[in-house]
Design a protein around this ligand. Sequence first.
Ligand code: GTR
Length: 294
Amino acid sequence: MNLIGKLTVAFTLSAALFAGTAQAQTVLRSSDTHPDGYPTVEAVKYFGELVQERTDGRYSVEVYHSAQLGQEADTIEQVRSGVLDLNRVSMAPWNSLVPLTMIPSLPYLFTSPEHARKVMSSEIGDEVASGFDQHGVVVIAFYDGGARSFYNSKKPINSVADLAGQKYRVIQSDVFVDMVAALGATATPMPYGEVYSSIETGVIDGAENNFPSYESAKHFEVAKHYSLDEHTIVPEVFVMSKASWDRLSDEDKEIFRQAGKESMEKQWELWDERVAASRKIVEEAGSQITTRQN
Ligand code: GTR
């Protein structure tokens, strides 16, 4: 190869290397307890697509669904310490750390999921979000967590009196423990991933959750009495580790914020569809749904 040829090869190689550096992609890892296809998982994937497109591929998001990175309490620690970049969890496991989150977790506070959406996407939501700042994370979006209701393996619940003496799994939050105790049942806080086997083996009588969780975690297979009491509507929260956030330029922060907002709207759409689909699945599988009119 003559000198010109050698120079051309060298130039092409360094151009390729330079291009490689310029396009270096940071893959942000995100956790979710729910399986692939669940509205929160899909909303975070959508967020990732927007971010990737708008940062010209400099950032992308990989969602580790189905609790691959651990149960919620553990992933909260991971994202706070910066080991994990992003995390989508319920607001309830934050209750002891971020006292402001106790308010939207209270029973019968929101009158409908639409009410919760309106409040959480207003300045009130911004105020709740600010409560996370000193705990190592930045709130990217609040998602709809739907209305939670009690279900069990033993009998239909038609009134508060029917809960007496029963044992229910709750999220690891004092708000939930106190609520269940006030209703006359016993609360057993435990990770979501242990609920199915605990109902199956009779360690607990039941749990409480929205239709999509009751269906996707297959709890309906072991607890067919679902009482549509809709006692609480706890928002979901999608956070970013402060360590990862601080590495973003101001312009990228704005891209992330905007993508968070759009992913929230996407989640609302997906949520409505999934609530209806999940209800249909559990009803067809034989779940007995007690409505408030009964
Ligand atoms: C679901 C929520 C999860 C998890 C779960 C639970 O509704 O989406 O993030 O908190 O409830 O009860 O543990």
